[in-house]
Design a protein around this ligand. Structure first.
Ligand SMILES: N#Cc1c(-c2ccc3ccn(Cc4cccnc4)c3c2)n[nH]c1N
Length: 226
């Protein structure tokens, strides 16, 4: 999989070179490249924003640099992912679907957003997905792109050292939240690991974990049970 990320703050995405993403890149599973939108400007001030038509507060990202950037970076089979507060919710299903793609181009906006004509023109040439990380307001798309990319690349076959760790996950196939987890020591500050987890009785452990997952989901995310 190839991922290109375009931003006026490309250094925001440096974290992707760490941890698993960095390892996957060295193994050839994944190529992640970040790009500065200003490198696609043609004026001496390297302008990327201007005042909004129709008035209103803030600035809007100019169409020209984005057009040049997508022309240069997006392959025919690319999916253009546009993080935006007005997008469709990003879910585990979204991550699963995008993890099957060969090329993703993340367009990270700032200010009040990107000139709509960029999205409209791109939609005539590529698959475009406007996606929101959640119902809260960020100052730009970079943090959302980081989260989405991490959720996506960990599902790429061969990426996670132990694929089994992908099986029992919160928001996984059964739609429940994850059960509580414990490790050594068996007793810590007077708090003991639940006996069943030390029993070696795998059926009882599985039943306890399911019960915990259902109870946790009922308390924290009743919407997942409806
Ligand atoms: N995904 C996602 C997001 C964003 C987000 C993503 C991209 C941009 C580009 C600019 N802003 C600021 C801005 C703020 C308010 C209105 N319009 C724009 C962005 C916010 N905010 N919250 C999310 N879940």
């Amino acid at each position: 999989m190839r991922i290109d990320v375009v931003s006026i703050f490309p250094a925001y995405l440096d974290a992707l070179q760490l941890s698993l993403a960095g390892k996957a890149q060295s193994s050839g599973l994944l190529t992640i490249r970040t790009h500065d939108l200003r490198d696609f400007t043609r004026d001496k001030h390297r302008s990327v924003d201007d005042t909004p038509y129709g008035g209103g507060a803030g600035m809007v990202m100019k169409a020209e640099p984005w057009g040049e950037a997508l022309d240069s970076l997006a392959s025919e089979q690319a999916v253009i992912v546009v993080p935006t507060p007005s997008g469709a919710p990003f879910t585990q299903r979204t991550a699963e679907r995008l993890s099957a793609e060969s090329h993703l181009v993340f367009a990270c906006g700032r200010y009040e957003g990107i000139d709509q004509r960029v999205i409209d023109e791109a939609s005539d040439r590529w698959r475009v997905e406007e996606i929101s990380l959640g119902d809260f307001v960020l100052n730009g798309g970079e943090v959302a792109a980081l989260a989405m990319i991490e959720a996506i690349v960990r599902l790429v076959p061969g990426f996670m050292g132990n694929p089994a760790s992908l099986v029992e996950e919160s928001h996984g196939e059964d739609g429940l939240l994850e059960y509580p987890v414990y490790t050594k020591p068996a007793s810590w500050r007077g708090r003991d690991v639940p006996e069943v987890l030390l029993s070696g009785n795998h059926a009882a452990i599985a039943a306890w974990r399911r019960e915990q997952a259902v109870e946790r989901t009922r308390r924290r995310r009743p919407d997942l049970l409806s």
